[in-house]
Design a protein around this ligand. Structure first.
Ligand code: UDP
Length: 370
């Protein structure tokens, strides 16, 4: 049997986390040669995951540039991935999610008539400006792809509503595979999460509110409202706020200015993936505007308050594990206080069913592609 050469293209931390299980599952299949191309759209955060996942990319385009416009970024990504496709004989390309890298990977493949498989297909908020520009990135990949790996039935249904009926498969979200694989590695090698040792004494017996924020839609006023909420939550002495701060200057500058005097807010640099998974495990409540964190927290029984107006992951809200609180101080604080002060609310959210998968998504994807 002639072997199939598959190029997996990714550029950011969440793509790498969600694709490493797929890369591993495909690499084990006979008849498949797996190649990887990273665009390094987010260099530092991507490299943390590559190290942990043990992936040495076959192509590294290193396209990061400070303050580049979205159009310039997309142009560089399309020509970058296109250049790889011009030198490597590739039978299929895999992209994930909704980044500029994913759209560029799909477009460059389409221009060469190379089939594209889309992992995490069918997420829709219904609003092209929330999240921006990701909602349009993922919608534009849909007509190009021939395989659409939808994480949930809701996502598959969204694709069908757009007339995409062929090649749609509900696989679960590969982030749950990544989470399970990482929990198993931590259990084998607890020293992997040594970075938490320095933080634990500052947490002591208190309940951890784990915060992440980086959404472009929340830059400016939203970030200030989030910072005010964190400062108010941190006034409680039964709580410690653990906050790995995203390196984007629009996040760092606000948090430096507004949380400088809050001893009870443990601000740290972004944690490598295993350390972040450990932090999730020890947390009590998760406060986030991240997509991936919304999916991981329910798998660990952690209630999630989502600091967004809309979510393309309504399954968490429907299942009762997540609640939308927007990027508004009063609502964020009220949501956290409710969970801290009402054990029955807390239990209901933490025991709700995780709707995002069973950790076997990558194997399903590999079965379908091979
Ligand atoms: N994450 C991490 N370290 C951190 C914060 C987050 O490894 O300090 C992981 C997290 O577990 C999740 C992913 O990064 O899998 C989410 O990435 P991000 O929030 O940047 O992007 P999004 O999911 O919103 O696209």
């Amino acid at each position: 049997m002639a072997s199939q050469r598959i190029l997996v293209v990714f550029g950011t931390r969440p793509e790498a986390i969600k694709l490493f299980p797929v890369v591993r599952a495909l690499a084990e299949r006979p008849g498949i040669q797996i190649r990887t191309c990273v665009t390094a759209q987010h260099r530092g955060l991507l490299d943390q995951v590559l190290d942990v996942a043990g992936i040495v990319p076959d192509h590294d385009l290193n396209i990061m540039e400070p303050n580049q416009s979205l159009d310039r970024l997309l142009a560089r990504l399309v020509t970058g991935v296109g250049g790889v496709l011009d030198v490597e004989p590739i039978d299929r390309v895999i992209v994930q999610g909704d980044t500029a890298t994913a759209l560029a990977g799909a477009l460059a493949s389409y221009y060469r008539k190379i089939p594209v498989a889309h992992v995490e297909a069918g997420l829709r908020s219904g609003d092209i400006y929330h999240p921006w520009p990701e909602e349009v990135n993922r919608r534009m990949i849909a007509p190009i792809a021939d395989y659409h790996f939808a994480p949930t039935e809701t996502a598959a249904e969204a694709l069908r509503r757009e007339g995409i009926t062929h090649g749609v498969h509900v696989t679960g979200n590969t982030v749950i595979d990544a989470l399970h694989a990482t929990l198993a590695r931590i259990a084998d090698t607890p020293s992997m999460t040594r970075a938490l040792d320095a933080i634990r004494p500052r947490i002591a017996e208190r309940k951890v509110v784990l915060v992440t924020t980086h959404r472009r839609e929340n830059f400016g006023d939203g970030m200030q409202q989030i910072a005010s909420a964190i400062a108010r939550i941190a006034q409680r002495d039964d709580v410690a706020v653990l906050f790995p701060v995203h390196p984007n200057p629009s996040v760092v500058s606000v948090m430096d200015a507004m949380l400088g005097g809050c001893d009870n807010v443990i601000r740290v640099d972004p944690l490598d993936y295993p350390t972040f998974v450990s932090a999730l495990s020890l947390s009590h409540i998760v406060l986030t505007d991240s997509g991936g964190v919304q999916e991981e927290a329910p798998a660990l029984g952690k209630p999630v308050l989502v600091m967004r107006e809309t979510t393309e992951r309504p399954e968490g809200v429907a299942a009762g594990t997540a609640r939308l609180v927007g990027a508004r101080t009063d609502q964020i604080v009220a949501g956290v206080m409710d969970l801290l002060d009402h054990p029955e609310t807390y239990l209901a959210m933490s025991r709700a069913h995780n709707p995002f998968g069973d950790g076997k998504s990558a194997a399903r994807i590999a079965d379908l592609l091979s």
